[in-house]
Design a protein around this ligand. Sequence first.
Ligand code: SF4
Ligand code: SF4
Length: 444
Amino acid sequence: MTATTEPGPRVRRGPRGHAKRAWWWARHAVADHVGPVLAPKVLRHAKKLPSMPRVLRSRYASPKRPWQLSAPDLPARLRGPAATPRDEDAVREAFEQAPLRDFFRANLDASGWLQRGLWRCLLPVAPRLLRARKAVRATTKVDPTPSAATPDPDELTRRLKDHAAEIGLSAVGVAAYDPTYTFAEYQGSHVGDRVVVCVLEQNYASTQTIPSPRAEQTALSTYAELMERAAKLAELLQQHGYRAHAHDQEGETIVIHYGEQAGLGQLGRNGQLLTPEAGSRCRISVITTDAPLDLDAPVDYGVREICDSCNVCVRRCPVGAIPSTWRPHRGVEKSKLNTKRCFPVVAQADGCAICMKVCPAQRYGLTAVADHLARTGEILGKDTDDLEGYDWIDGYHYPPGRRPQISEEFLAMEGIDLDATPTLPIHGELPARPAGGDERPMVM
Ligand code: SF4
Ligand code: SF4
């Protein structure tokens, strides 16, 4: 692989670029008419429609193999904290003053707007997504009969992980429940003190086409597969006499925290869980349960040191929404994304996700990136078009050193105010847990 620090050739536009551009304008011209049809109350009837034939789904199907995870033998220079550093007092104080909010529920207008922007990605997947969401919600209605025999936690955990591999999940881990990561709307709705984290790898080839409708359909389809399998895993725990509630793709909690606590990856600068096998090219959901499962522990995969040497997502984000440093936010030392800049791009650019596409951990795997950094002091693929280049929705290709010009008009969300942020103080007036919740848009 040849790396260069020179910017690539000037942005080009070919015949396909003109076609893409025309299609983009046509899509936006009809979006206003399609939007009302896609109102969540109407869209939920899509679960009665047949799913897309399997043969057509194969181009964005997830791989079936379970991951073989183990703690890497990192050289000293790549070692860092296994779990994201947090100031426990500051975390508790932030939680008591202003619990996290469910973004989609706190910003219903914005979420509806996002759904309208992604309608052509959503429609082909909607039947499966809705049926899968119904399956996970059904798990919350089961009240299993406690088993007379108390199983050995080791044995139960092993059975859980074996079953996860059999049904096609890429990885599962177990973490302790932490209320500070649960959205205010769902406080108290969990069961037990264990969280089973389910991870499903996303199709590799589709992901490399980001940003595209195909890639966004892949993300939504992966969520549908993940929810179907998470519901099956919850059923296993229920058959053993334990309560187990699977969450849907919008979630009730910050799943990345649990993924890290369960040793399945580490928080990257792009705000995503970087897993050893696929970086952030995976989808995550959780099951809360009162089953006495053995806890996993965070693992240092070298992500902090890799991100500090990399920063590719920071410079490739079209709107500069990713900060280049770790800073405390609500007591957690992380790289907090600028939602006001990111959200309009996600809604109008087929889900965007450039920050996933250009991440070397996604492209080459975390182990290969860590080995390369340890041997050469360089980030694998950095400065190459192979890693950093992407085709934007305007039909242009943007190599390293070039980014699309995004206008303020593009970023403006008329009539929508994201200031109903998920961190507004609502202490003392927590809304009741929504029943059913089908009015929430199905996005992301
Ligand atoms: S999704 Fe797109 S706009 Fe948002 S942070 Fe990632 S690259 Fe930036
Ligand atoms: S692109 Fe680089 S800096 Fe960004 S999350 Fe991936 S490894 Fe970290």
